[in-house]
Design a protein around this ligand. Structure first.
Ligand SMILES: [Zn+2]
Length: 217
């Protein structure tokens, strides 16, 4: 069993989501699955998260908590694009002085700006420094970019997303095989997983074992 070290939580931040600053509902483990510890550049963690941040990213090939945080922010931006666009279309004053009429618009005028500000604050939120047992978490950020087939991806996650789309891979299977083989056997992981698109949870487990068997692990 791996140990997931709890990050230290300053008094002012207790019950706060580390990703977005909203009240936290739970403690999450990072990485999500124990086998992903093999592709992690730092010690496994547990940290507070709100429900939305904890569930919004289904992918899981992240070498660091910072890469995972970036993916969460991107997903929040996509999901709440409508609310965020209020700030691009209007200023607070324009909205207040707008001639929008009718009861639907009155409601919009009242709630739109606070909704925008709240979402903007969540996207911009930076969390607090990660400290475990009095030690600041050190992350080798040079390792975040990832080269595959002559292309340098900004992160391993980007490369995984690209490979999954291009080769029609089952993402959960691919991430798991990659975790076992290691990042530098990315191409081999693709070759092994290409044969098995569209798996169910049950068949995925069997296929995973079959693959391990085929490479003698
Ligand atoms: Zn959150």
């Amino acid at each position: 069993m791996a140990t997931f070290s709890a990050i230290e939580i300053p008094f002012n931040y207790r019950n706060t989501c580390w990703f977005c600053g909203e009240p936290s509902d739970k403690k999450i483990k990072f990485p999500q699955h124990e086998y992903e510890i093999n592709i992690l550049n730092h010690h496994p963690l547990s940290l507070p998260s709100c429900k939305e941040c904890a569930g919004i990213v289904k992918r899981s090939a992240f070498p660091s908590i910072y890469g995972y945080r970036d993916a969460i922010k991107q997903a929040l931006v996509v999901k709440h694009q409508k609310v965020l666009s209020i700030g691009s279309k209007w200023t607070k004053q324009e909205l207040e002085e707008s001639e929008l009429e009718g009861s639907a618009f009155e409601g919009f005028k009242r709630s739109a700006w606070p909704m925008f500000e709240m979402m903007q604050a969540r996207i911009n939120y930076q969390g607090w420094p990660l400290v475990i047992n009095n030690h600041v978490l050190e992350v080798d950020s040079d390792n975040e970019s990832f080269e595959f087939d002559g292309v340098i991806y900004t992160s391993l996650d980007d490369a995984v997303v690209h490979a999954v789309k291009t080769f029609f891979l089952d993402e959960a299977l691919f991430t798991r095989v990659l975790s076992v083989l290691g990042k530098n056997k990315f191409s081999q992981a693709i070759r092994l997983c290409r044969l098995y698109p569209n798996l169910t949870a049950k068949t995925r487990e069997a296929v995973f074992l079959e693959i391990l068997d085929s490479i003698g692990i």
